[in-house]
Design a protein around this ligand. Structure first.
Ligand code: ARG
Length: 480
C-alpha cells in the first residue's frame, strides 16, 4: 500500500510483530459498513461514478460472502483488517477499489469501525445483564419466606429474607451496569472524514457520513436533512466529530466500555464469592447444580463451584485490561500513534470474558441450578449460633423506654450469660432473664423469634415481608 516510498520490505519479524489482522479481523463487518458509507459519499461529491460505486458495492457483497463462508484469505503481509479488505476489493473490481481510500486514512477508519463494534458489543452485554437479572428475580420470588443470616465481618449479624439478599445482588448488577452509557459514548460521534488528523480535502460531508455508517439509506438521509430536527435525528452516530485531531486519537469510548466490564465483573465476583461460601458444607444454604459445578479427579465426593470461582478469577483479568488501556493512553502525544493498535485486544477480551461470565451466572441462578436447602438453613437458625436473637432484646428494651446504650449493655450481659451456660436464646426462661437484669421482664420471651426481628425492619429498604414484596412488584414492571 505504501511501497512507493520504500525500496525494501519489512523484516519477517517486523511483519509478525506489527500485524493486527489476527485479531482485528473481528471488525470486518463494521469495516465494510464504514467503507460503503464512505464510497457513497465519494460518489455524491463526484470522486466516484455511479458505476464505480456499484462495483464497490458488488465487491463488498462478494467479500462479505467470502468472509462469512470462511473462504476469505487473511494475509499477515497486509497488516490489518482494513488493508486486507481493501486489497481484496481491488483484486475483485480493479481501479474503483483503488479510489475508495481517497481522503480517508486508516486513522479515521479504525476509530469509526471500532466505535460501531463497541456499541454493538455494549448492546450484547446489556442484553446479557437483563437475562441474568431476570433469573435472579425468579429466584427472589421463590425465597421470600426463607430466612437466612446476613453477615457483617462474615459473622452472623441479622436475619433477612433470602429474597432480600437476592434483590441485593440484583441491585448491584442493575445499578452498577453502565453498558448503556458505554453504548452512548461509542455512538456519540463519528470520526469518519477526519482523515489522518486534519480533515478531508475533497468536500465529504461528515454529518452525512455519521448518519450513513450503520446502513442508513440516502433517501432517509435526504428526508432527515429536510426535516425540522435535521440529520441528528437518525442513523448510527449522534453527530460528526467536531475536531479531526481529537477524533482520530479518542479512545474514551473504549475506556468506558472496559470500565463498564470491570465494574460489572467486580459485582459478579462478589456475588460469586457469596455463592461459593453459601455452597460449602459449613453454610450449605444452596446447592449449585451439575450444570455449573465440577467434580474432583481424586476426591470422588467433591462438588466444586468452578463456575463461580472462574467468574471471580476472570475479574482480575478484566480489571487488568482497564489498567492496560489507561496506561496505553497516558503518555501518547496528540493524534494517532501506532500504540493505539494495542487497544483492541484489551477491549475484545474484556468484553468476551464479561459476556461469558454474565451468561454463566445466569445459568448458576437458573431454577435448575440454584437449589435452596431449606432444612439445612433451619438447622442453622435452630442452633442459635451467633445469637442473632439478641437484637430483639435491645429493640424491646428501647420500646420499654430504656435508653439504647443501657439496653445494649443489658443485652450484652444476657448474651454473655447465654454463652457461659452454653445455651441458646430459645432456651431462656423468665428466671434466666431476671438473673441478668430486672428490666428483662418475662413478656420479652415471646419477642425473641428471628421472624419477629425480620418483620420489624419495615423501613423502605428493609427486609420485612411487605417491603420485599413491594420491591418484587416494582421489578415486575421492570421485567417488561
Ligand atoms: N491497525 C491499525 C490500528 O489498529 C490501523 C491504523 C493504522 N494507522 C497507521 N497510521 N498506521 O491502529
Amino acid at each position: 500500500m505504501w511501497q512507493g516510498r520504500f525500496s525494501g520490505k519489512p523484516d519477517k519479524l517486523m511483519q509478525e510483530f506489527s500485524q493486527s489482522v489476527s485479531f482485528d479481523q473481528r471488525l470486518w463487518r463494521e469495516d465494510i459498513q464504514g467503507s460503503l458509507a464512505y464510497a457513497a459519499e465519494l460518489q455524491r461529491i463526484g470522486i466516484l461514478s455511479a458505476k464505480e460505486l456499484a462495483d464497490i458495492q458488488r465487491g463488498f457483497k462478494q467479500i462479505t460472502d467470502e468472509i462469512e463462508s470462511g473462504k476469505f484469505q487473511w494475509k499477515v503481509e497486509l497488516e490489518d483488517v482494513h488493508m486486507n479488505i481493501e486489497s481484496r476489493l481491488t483484486e475483485l473490481i480493479g481501479d474503483a477499489g483503488k479510489k475508495l481510500h481517497t481522503g480517508r486514512s486508516r486513522n479515521d477508519q479504525v476509530s469509526t469501525d471500532f466505535r460501531v463494534w463497541a456499541a454493538r458489543r455494549a448492546d450484547d452485554l446489556d442484553a446479557a445483564v437483563k437475562a441474568l437479572l431476570s433469573q435472579i428475580l425468579g429466584r427472589a420470588h421463590e425465597t421470600v419466606d426463607v430466612i437466612v443470616p446476613a453477615y457483617t465481618h462474615l459473622q452472623r449479624a441479622m436475619p433477612v429474607r433470602m429474597a432480600h439478599q437476592l434483590l441485593a445482588w440484583f441491585g448491584m448488577i442493575h445499578d452498577g451496569s453502565s453498558f448503556l452509557h458505554a453504548w452512548a459514548q461509542a455512538r456519540a460521534l463519528s470520526p469518519l472524514g477526519s482523515g489522518a488528523c486534519s480533515g478531508n480535502s475533497f468536500g465529504v460531508d461528515m454529518q452525512r457520513l455519521a448518519m450513513r455508517v450503520d446502513g442508513t439509506t440516502e433517501e432517509q438521509i435526504d428526508a432527515a436533512a429536510k426535516s425540522a430536527l435535521g440529520l441528528r435525528n437518525i442513523g448510527a452516530f449522534k453527530s460528526a466529530a467536531r475536531n479531526s485531531m481529537q477524533a482520530v486519537s479518542d479512545r474514551d469510548f473504549a475506556l468506558d466500555l472496559v470500565y463498564a466490564c470491570a465494574k460489572c465483573m467486580t459485582h459478579l465476583s462478589r456475588i460469586a464469592e457469596d455463592l461459593i461460601l453459601w455452597s460449602t458444607a459449613e453454610f450449605g444454604f444452596v446447592t449449585l447444580g451439575d450444570a455449573v459445578t465440577t467434580g474432583s479427579s481424586i476426591m470422588p465426593q467433591k462438588r466444586n463451584p468452578d463456575a463461580c470461582e472462574l467468574v471471580r478469577g476472570k475479574t482480575g483479568r478484566v480489571v487488568g485490561h482497564l489498567m492496560s488501556l489507561f496506561t496505553l493512553l497516558k503518555g501518547l502525544p496528540s493524534t494517532y500513534n501506532r500504540d493505539l493498535q494495542e487497544d483492541k485486544e484489551a477491549v475484545f477480551d474484556a468484553t468476551d470474558q464479561t459476556l461469558a461470565c454474565l451468561r454463566v451466572m445466569a445459568l448458576v441462578f437458573s431454577k435448575e441450578s440454584f437449589k435452596v436447602n431449606r432444612q439445612r438453613i433451619q438447622q442453622h437458625l435452630d442452633s442459635g449460633a451467633g445469637y442473632m436473637e439478641a437484637m430483639n432484646v435491645a429493640d424491646w428494651l428501647v420500646m420499654q423506654g430504656v435508653p439504647f446504650r443501657d439496653g445494649h449493655d443489658i443485652t450484652g450481659r444476657l448474651v454473655k450469660y447465654v454463652e457461659q451456660k452454653g445455651m441458646r436464646f430459645a432456651d431462656l426462661t423468665a428466671a434466666d432473664l431476671a438473673a441478668v437484669d430486672k428490666r428483662l421482664k418475662p413478656e420479652l420471651l415471646k419477642e425473641l423469634s428471628l421472624e419477629a426481628l425480620v418483620e420489624r425492619k419495615q423501613v423502605y429498604a428493609g427486609t420485612a415481608k411487605a417491603r420485599v414484596l413491594e420491591r418484587l412488584a416494582e421489578l415486575k414492571e421492570w421485567l417488561k
